[in-house]
Ligand binder design. Sequence first.
Ligand SMILES: [Ca+2]
Length: 146
Amino acid sequence: MRAAAAVLVALCLAQLLVSSVHAYPRFKSELPAIPVVAGQPWPGVGHVAREGGGKRNAFGKDFDEAGYRWTRELCRMDSDGDGFTNGQELGDPDCTWVKGQPQRTAAALSHPGLATSVPAAAQPAAASAPPAAATGNPATATASGK
Ligand SMILES: [Ca+2]
């Protein structure tokens, strides 16, 4: 009886291990590309850790909300807030990639959940001029006819 329980526990642990190991490879096929950061692939796209597992990044949370699918909405989002859409970062700027098509391998790929990673071909517009601030002090002191 005790041996049967031990086998059952071992099987459950093995199943947990297998399911966690296979979690992200399944999701990889749902995305147009695997990002490259500092010249190395980042297979755990939705996670803070390069190899996946553990804490998720902003893209991982958005991917979750999209049902773990590459939707047009997810493609057009800028999950990490770096000024580039998730599609631009994963080589699908027009949001036309669908599951089953070959994954994009352009050198311009970057990480959609890491704001410090931007497409190499499109440097961030760091010098973008902020909108002209309204001073709120209109010098329109018109003489009121008194
Ligand atoms: Ca982005």
